[in-house]
Design a protein around this ligand. Structure first.
Ligand SMILES: O=C(O)CCC(=O)C(=O)O
Ligand SMILES: [Fe+2]
Length: 349
């Protein structure tokens, strides 16, 4: 049986204040089931206004449509914020660089930070208002960031509640409070180019010598997400695929029983978020919740926009396994910041 990625209507959870409402328990159980099997689910009726989503996708389109020499003004490889051109990342080590361009925006701190900045705490980079008015770019991005952060906190609450039976004595409220305060939460506006080069693409090549992707080509290599949870907004074009490893089919070859790998297409509708579990969360839960390999392929035959929102928690939060007797632990405890830094070092070229 192939993988199924369930779609869960979140509205009963959001509209009921009674924490013992059976509808809430049903949603917690359905999401738990998805996290312990594929690590992926879709949510609808999540409360994020369609207008916020379309304004965000429009902001991405406006920025990426700028000439490359202007976009390059907003590259900062130290801060790792702002623009990243095609070919800057390789999500699957040893393959060719990803065919995508990005604009990276982190949380705006309540109090501005002072230099020297710690990793992930550099200020956001915004295009000059003469290049892109704030009403077109900065404002919709920050509004969307704020709304999505709240939604991510609700999903974290559901996820932690789903673990209460696995980890008796789990102090859910305290855990959530510590993890969710001043969270590292980042938006990555993404554009995957289509098959035909635009005027600008034809005069400037990406780092790997090409700016366009043919149908069927992998445009973001196979990877797992690094941190907590990811909430993905898509423009309606499909492209995301999740890896399903089928058990041996009983045929005994020279190399032993075959394990079949199947890439499963994830539907793309702007009203549904695709939510998935990252590596840090998997480790935190001793593997109860699964961080699953996925990639992006040009299946739609045209350019595609998507915006993953990575919710990784407080940077100083110590990721202690919930199962205190986890034998896989080597005694080293990692903070969220250490987790993210290790992974970030791997993916940039
Ligand atoms: O663009 C997508 O659909 C997924 C992107 C993704 O998996 C990532 O950036 O981690
Ligand atoms: Fe991903």
């Amino acid at each position: 049986m192939a993988i199924t990625i369930p779609t869960i209507d979140l509205s009963p959870y959001l509209t009921t204040s009674d924490s013992n409402d059976p509808q809430k328990a049903t949603i917690i159980a359905a999401i738990r089931e998805a996290c312990t099997t594929t690590g992926f689910f879709r949510i609808t009726h999540h409360g994020i206004a369609p207008l916020l989503q379309s304004d965000l996708l429009a902001a991405a389109k406006h920025f990426f449509a700028l000439p490359l020499e202007i976009k390059r003004r907003y590259i900062d490889t130290t801060a790792r914020k702002g623009y990243e051109e095609i070919g800057s990342q390789m999500l699957e080590q040893g393959t060719r660089p990803d065919l995508k361009e990005c604009y990276f925006v982190g949380a705006e701190p309540a109090e501005p930070k002072e230099p020297p900045y710690q990793p992930f705490e550099y200020p956001n980079i915004w295009p000059d208002a003469s290049v892109l008015p704030e009403a077109v770019f900065k404002e919709p991005i920050l509004k969307y960031h704020e709304a999505t952060c709240k939604l991510a906190q609700t999903i974290m609450q559901i996820l932690v509640k789903g673990l209460e039976d696995d980890f008796p004595g789990l102090e859910s409220e305290k855990l959530l409070q510590d993890f969710c305060q001043e969270p590292c939460a980042s938006l990555r506006l993404l554009r995957y180019p289509g098959p035909s080069p635009s005027w600008e693409d034809s005069i400037e090549k990406g780092k790997d010598g090409t700016m366009c992707a043919q149908r069927g080509e992998v445009v973001a290599g196979a990877h797992t997400d690094f941190g907590g949870i990811t909430l993905l907004l898509q423009d309606g074009n499909e492209g995301l695929q999740v890896l399903y490893r089928q058990e041996g089919n009983g045929i005994q070859g020279i190399e032993g029983e075959q394990e079949e790998e199947v890439w499963v297409d994830v539907p793309s509708t702007p009203d549904a978020y695709v939510v998935n579990i990252g590596d840090m969360f998997e480790r935190w839960t001793g593997g109860r919740y699964r961080s699953t390999v996925h990639r992006v392929v040009n299946v739609c035959g045209q350019e595609r926009y998507s915006v993953p929102f990575f919710y990784d928690g407080n940077l100083d939060f110590m990721v202690r396994p919930l199962d205190k007797a986890d034998p896989s632990e080597d005694g080293h405890e990692w903070t969220v910041r250490e987790y993210l830094m290790k992974k970030f070092e791997e993916i940039y070229i």
